[in-house]
Design a protein around this ligand. Structure first.
Ligand SMILES: Nc1ncnc2c1ncn2[C@@H]1O[C@H](COP(=O)(O)OP(=O)(O)OP(=O)(O)O)[C@@H](O)[C@H]1O
Ligand SMILES: [Mg+2]
Length: 398
């Protein structure tokens, strides 16, 4: 997997006649590739010199679509044309693609990885000069920590964390996913997932220096999906028994033990949260669609900037995006100086799912919020882990 931070979207065009496919592609590429509805539109782009690579989407994977796409190459001999074929593409279509000289065929849906690979192939065949992609700072086989934060209470952190974790568990190996509740006073992850924890993080913290992976494993609860849960203390007073340095050590251990460590947090930008952010590979920053939330988010992000926190780790996600607040999304992006990666609409199904203890992606997988959580999860999966420990820049702490 490659990250959008080292991905040059300039000159990349995706064509598909299906609105939903265009929407999903927009989400995956965070709106940075040119999305067009027809090959005719792509033609204008090629003639205008705006396209270096054209990906022909799965809706156009027909013999007719391929004939049209092949004509694009004649407009510019250096242009790379790649078919994004559905899994069940017919042999005839594939043969037509090869015969008409399309440069590559990749499987739908189009991902950043597939684009990067296609560009590498192009480079190998000397059809196009591309800058080599920098090596990932960590092998992708290693786990990653995804922290969900917000600058205001009740923004939807726990709802995001529990739904993203559930999807990661469903789409991959549930035993490789753990959700950790870092809201040590009022954490409710176990509650919203209907898990009855026998142990909590306090048991792990009490082990002190002796704590090892084997013991940590016994402290984790198991959700009905198979994913694991590191529960918050049962009472607010116990939070003091888990020093920040211990909590971040535990997160580091979980990263060794799991592919995905999803961390739900408390709504306070304190030293504990800063230390957790320091340790995180991806930060989902939830912004509720009301003015106080946007104001707080702006202040929090300014603080992170002052502390030199790498902005490319932060993915802004909007909650209750269809709310009556009617705030302008462009304005929010301008104010926060970051793009919004995904938006989850306001929906009465969500409080109901919280009360039932079943994430909406399980109880109503086809609902709009569930679809939106799928978008958020794709963003998490596409993001590249960043080296954390022992890196050159110490950002937080004294
Ligand atoms: N998109 C949404 N539509 C409707 N209700 C929502 C939405 N997102 C969250 N809620 C509701 O808002 C409430 C708060 O959500 P949640 O507990 O996830 O917030 P939080 O940020 O974790 O809060 P806290 O700061 O207290 O930890 C919940 O009852 C949840 O059901
Ligand atoms: Mg919460």
């Amino acid at each position: 997997m490659s990250s959008e931070s080292d991905f040059d979207a300039e000159g990349i065009v995706f064509v598909d006649s299906d609105e939903e496919i265009l929407r999903q592609t927009k989400v995956v590429f965070e709106g940075r590739v040119q999305l067009l509805e027809s090959v005719a539109d792509a033609e204008s782009s090629v003639i205008g010199g705006d396209a270096d690579v054209v990906f022909i989407g799965p809706s156009l994977a027909t013999e007719e679509g391929i004939a049209e796409a092949a004509a694009l190459s004649e407009l510019d001999p250096d242009l790379l044309v790649v078919l994004v074929a559905p899994a069940d593409v017919s042999g005839e279509v594939l043969r037509a693609a090869v015969r008409s000289g399309l440069h590559d065929v990749v499987e739908a849906p189009l991902t950043i990885t597939a684009v990067t690979e296609a560009l590498k192939t192009a480079e190998r065949t000397h059809r196009r000069r591309v800058e080599p992609t920098p090596e990932p700072t960590k092998p992708l086989a290693e786990g990653r920590i995804i922290t969900v934060m917000a600058a205001k209470g009740g923004s939807g952190k726990t709802v995001f964390a529990s739904n993203v974790a559930t999807l990661l568990a469903r789409w991959g190996d549930p035993e490789r996913v753990v959700i950790a509740d870092a809201d040590l006073q009022f954490g409710d992850v176990a509650l919203v997932l209907q898990v009855d924890p026998k142990h909590t993080v306090v048991n792990a913290a009490k082990e002190g220096e002796r704590l090892d992976g084997q013991f940590l494993e016994t402290v984790l609860a198991t959700h009905s999906s198979g994913m694991r849960v590191l529960a918050a203390p049962l009472e607010p007073a116990f939070a003091d028994e888990v020093p920040t340095v211990t909590y971040t050590k535990i997160l580091g251990m979980l990263r060794e033990m799991f592919d995905y460590v999803i961390v739900d947090t408390a709504p306070t930008l304190d030293e504990r949260l800063l230390a957790i952010l320091d340790k995180s590979d991806v930060v989902l920053f939830v912004v509720d669609m009301d003015l106080p939330s946007v104001k707080n988010a702006k202040l929090a992000l300014e603080t992170l900037r002052i502390l030199n926190y790498p902005a490319n780790k932060i993915k802004l996600v909007l909650n209750r995006s269809n709310s009556k607040a009617r705030l302008d999304v462009d304005e929010i992006e301008r104010s926060l100086r970051l793009p919004i990666s995904a938006s989850v609409p306001s929906d009465g199904l969500l409080p109901a799912s919280v009360n039932e203890g079943i994430p909406i992606v399980e109880s109503h997988p086809k609902s709009k919020p569930a679809r939106a959580f799928e978008d958020v999860t794709r963003i998490v999966m596409e993001a590249r882990p960043v080296a954390q420990d022992g890196q050159k820049k110490r950002r937080f702490g004294r």
